[in-house]
Design a binder for this molecule. Structure first.
Ligand SMILES: [Zn+2]
Length: 495
């Protein structure tokens, strides 16, 4: 058995190594590759993905798994879980022909460059054929697996075990019924709190403040870095090398603040997965939804509270002078202003999930064949009008705004909505054990981070999202708390 285990560890190590290399190439692609470099880098990603595919589907790996399963009763919890996840992955990819797997990896790497240019030039037509190809590949890959049920539920379940179209439909339905009327009511009050925080701050100053905030919330900059990209994201090479990006708009200094806090939440999660899980397949978040719960927790649940700003401004050495002239109440209302906007990542907490609903319905429609790619700009605008009451004038502010589809992340968007729901459920559980407001006011975010580390981060992928939520909050995903939270919060802010 020991020999088999050491063989298994060797393979996992090699697999992790390839994943880290792919992550580094991806980092380069999204942060600094010049347009001229996209072609070669995409080919490199394709080549390396093929290596990963060959390793994962190799006869050797199957043999090692089989031999280990003979000792199942003696295996430790981590190895057992790794085998389970690996077998799921093998089932998923071994049905895909190697050349198609490579072609798809190259396509999605290349597509990011095409998307970036299309977004810059407001040119949907140049992106549409690539997008069509990406959706077709995804459909085909699912069909290869020969599973029962509709395609979108299968994709959702890949991102979030236990999730289905049925469950999401009922969540979004409830959200629509509760939030859309509240939103109309708020809009009729016509208050503009946020004008006060839209002053000019030079990029270099914003960068300084962003790094200070990261340290303040508990992201370790000795084991991580903050850079810049068109679309903020977090990427993990290893728990000791966690890379974040943000973006700076000189006239909107709070945009980078909240992007930074959001990615910081992801980064803190990655940095605090238990050391015992390092170099295993479990050194990762429990699911995309749980990952988003951590970023949204930092960004919204605590990051948009009065107490957070009180603590931050009294503790931080560096701050913008314009902020010092504002009262706490002015800051609080400004960062929580409800204003239906075109851009998802800039959206307030109340309207955010409505943006997700637009994307969710579009993905569902394309996968079922109801929608055609060429009609997306029109469909996008119609849905924005219906749910948010705003319509983009350009593709860049509409259907081309997100990087996800170009990366092949179809079915990812619902993770953001789930993350919101989880984050509020986690808040309820945390409140029972620690005085969150007090900790925030004293600027002691360590207490909060420790709690999250202990309850969520350290487990990595050892538990499913459902198991984790039951463990931490005593029940499965429950959207009622989230909807209640939004209603209570915004009724107060808007009297
Ligand atoms: Zn995120």
């Amino acid at each position: 058995m020991e020999k088999n285990i050491s063989e298994f560890r060797e393979i996992i190590k090699e697999k992790r190594m390839i994943d880290s290399m792919l992550a580094l190439l991806q980092w380069d692609l999204e942060t600094q590759t010049p347009k001229g470099g996209y072609k070669l880098l995409s080919e490199m990603i394709g080549e390396l993905s093929l290596k990963s595919y060959n390793l994962t589907t190799s006869k050797k790996i199957l043999e090692v798994i089989e031999s280990l399963k003979k000792y199942e009763a003696e295996l430790d919890e981590v190895t057992k879980k790794e085998i389970e996840l690996l077998e799921e992955e093998i089932l998923k990819i071994k049905v895909i022909p190697a050349e198609e797997y490579k072609a798809y990896s190259e396509l999605t790497a290349k597509a990011q460059g095409i998307w970036e240019v299309a977004r810059e030039k407001n040119d949907f037509e140049s992106f549409a054929p690539v997008l069509e190809e990406i959706f077709n590949f995804n459909k085909k890959f699912i069909q290869y697996r020969n599973l029962e049920g509709d395609i979108y539920s299968i994709i959702l379940n890949d991102y979030e075990k236990g999730m289905s179209v049925e469950k999401l439909d009922s969540f979004f339905e409830e959200l629509k019924n509760e939030i859309v009327p509240l939103l109309k009511d708020i809009k009729s009050r016509d208050r503009e709190f946020s004008k006060k925080i839209n002053f000019k701050v030079e990029k270099i100053e914003q960068k300084k403040f962003s790094e200070e905030i990261l340290k303040y919330i508990g992201f370790n900059l000795d084991r991580g870095v903050l850079s810049e990209s068109a679309h903020p994201f977090t990427l993990t090479v290893d728990k000791n090398d966690v890379r974040l990006t943000t973006r700076y708009f000189e006239e909107l200094p709070f945009s980078s603040i909240y992007s930074t806090i959001h990615e910081g939440g992801h980064g803190i999660y990655e940095q605090n997965i238990a050391d015992e899980l390092k170099d295993t397949l479990l050194a990762d978040g429990a699911s995309m939804g749980i990952h988003e719960s951590q970023s949204r927790f930092y960004e919204n649940v605590i990051g948009r509270s009065r107490e957070f700003w009180y603590g931050l401004l009294s503790k931080s050495k560096y701050k913008y002078s314009e902020i010092e002239n504002l009262s706490l109440d002015e800051i609080y209302k400004a960062v929580n202003e409800v204003s239906p906007s075109l851009i998802r990542v800039e959206a307030d907490e109340l309207t955010y999930s409505l943006h997700i609903m637009v994307r969710y319905e579009i993905e569902k429609g394309i996968l079922s064949g109801e929608y055609q790619i060429k009609d997306l700009p029109r469909i996008w605008n119609e849905k924005m009008e219906e749910y948010l009451g705003v319509v983009p004038e350009t593709y860049s502010e509409g259907v081309l705004q997100d990087v996800h589809w170009s990366c092949g992340l179809i079915g990812y968007f619902p993770s953001y909505a789930l993350g919101n729901v989880y984050s509020v459920q986690i808040l309820r559980a945390m409140k029972k054990e620690i005085n969150i407001e007090g900790a925030l006011e004293r600027g002691e975010l360590k207490e909060i981070k420790k709690w999250l580390e202990n309850k969520i981060h350290r487990h990595g992928k050892l538990k499913t999202p459902k198991e984790l939520m039951v463990l931490v909050t005593g029940e499965e995903l429950n959207p009622d708390y989230y909807i209640e939270y939004l209603k209570e919060k915004y009724r107060k802010i808007y009297d």
